[in-house]
Design a protein around this ligand. Structure first.
Ligand SMILES: NC(=O)c1ccc[n+]([C@@H]2O[C@H](COP(=O)([O-])OP(=O)(O)OC[C@H]3O[C@@H](n4cnc5c(N)ncnc54)[C@H](OP(=O)(O)O)[C@@H]3O)[C@@H](O)[C@H]2O)c1
Length: 268
């Protein structure tokens, strides 16, 4: 394949789909997610825009599924960018499911893709502004290091923290804790994969108008009073940021998080 490859988890909708549309101007796109018909209509839409792309069903919470995706992508050509946008919000599942998808899923995606990527590669993990908003005491930061050495222990400790809270709060706690971990983990991975020439970053969106954002729209509008820009973000704005981070001209940018929230955290 002549074009370099960009794999986008959660590429069937929202920020992932907008990013596919933009990255598709320069890359061959592989979008993945769990819902096949959603992926099929996304591929139709992208192809109508002239994007060369395909769908590959994958559940990021299942390491074997992520490994199949990474090996498939690498067999097609050089994987230059991975945008890991797949994620579950608090209203989409239990605390356990959210830790499995948002935290374990990020470990699987970064590890499996780093194994098939090389010099000039870039992995972008999508976190969330909410990682900045919850009190630091909630975050089981001392458990994060086990993600590198003992993933079962890491999972138990993350879940242990979530289960300290009343049942009705657990999915929200799991969301902020998993997204806070994603920022820490992307920074660690930048060091671990730096010698291979792979950059790793996280991007933390504020409130955006996507299918996921729709379910939390009322709450998000309430928070706008703190923001410098008094509107929700458009997914094309995050796509632009992700594509800029991935651009090879940004070759010194790694090991950091970029918060894109219309100035909300700064105004709180
Ligand atoms: N929208 C916001 O305001 C906002 C704010 C902060 C952070 N974020 C983060 O931004 C990212 C993108 O979200 P979005 O707003 O664009 O929402 P979205 O449109 O719901 O996109 C999320 C995508 O992830 C996929 N997905 C979920 N679980 C998956 C799994 N286990 N394996 C593979 N794919 C999975 C979903 O497809 P399937 O269900 O078909 O698998 C869906 O297409 C998420 O990580 C989210 O946490 C969003």
């Amino acid at each position: 394949m002549e074009k370099k490859i960009c794999v986008i988890t959660g590429g069937g909708s929202g920020m992932g789909l907008s990013t596919a549309s933009l990255m598709g101007k320069t890359h061959y796109i592989i979008i993945c997610g769990r819902t096949v018909n959603k992926l099929e209509s996304a591929v139709e839409r992208l192809q109508a825009e002239g994007v060369e792309c395909e769908a590959f069903p994958c559940d990021v919470s299942d390491r074997a599924s992520v490994k199949r995706l990474a090996e498939h992508a690498a067999a097609l050509g050089e994987v230059q960018t991975v945008v890991h946008a797949a994620g579950m919000s608090p209203h989409m599942g239990t605390g356990e499911q959210i830790i499995q998808v948002n935290a374990m899923g990020t470990i699987y995606v970064n590890e499996e893709f780093a194994a098939v990527m090389g010099e000039g590669g870039c992995i972008l993990d999508v976190s969330s502004m909410s990682a900045y908003l919850a009190p630091g005491l909630v975050m089981p930061k001392r458990a994060y290091k086990y993600a590198l050495a003992d993933q079962e222990r890491f999972y138990r400790k993350m879940l242990g923290r979530v289960n300290l809270f009343p049942k009705k709060l657990r999915s929200s706690i799991a969301y902020v804790v998993s997204k806070n971990f994603d920022i820490w983990y992307a920074k660690k991975c930048a060091g671990v994969y730096g010698d291979k020439g792979i950059r790793v970053l996280s991007v933390s969106p504020g409130n955006f108008e996507t299918p996921m954002g729709e379910a939390e729209k009322e709450e998000a509008l309430g928070y706008l009073k703190y923001a410098a820009i008094k509107r929700l973000g458009n997914p094309d704005e995050i796509a632009w940021l992700l594509a800029s981070c991935a651009d090879e001209r940004n070759s010194y940018l790694t090991g950091t998080d970029i918060l894109c929230d219309g100035g909300l955290v700064a105004g709180r």
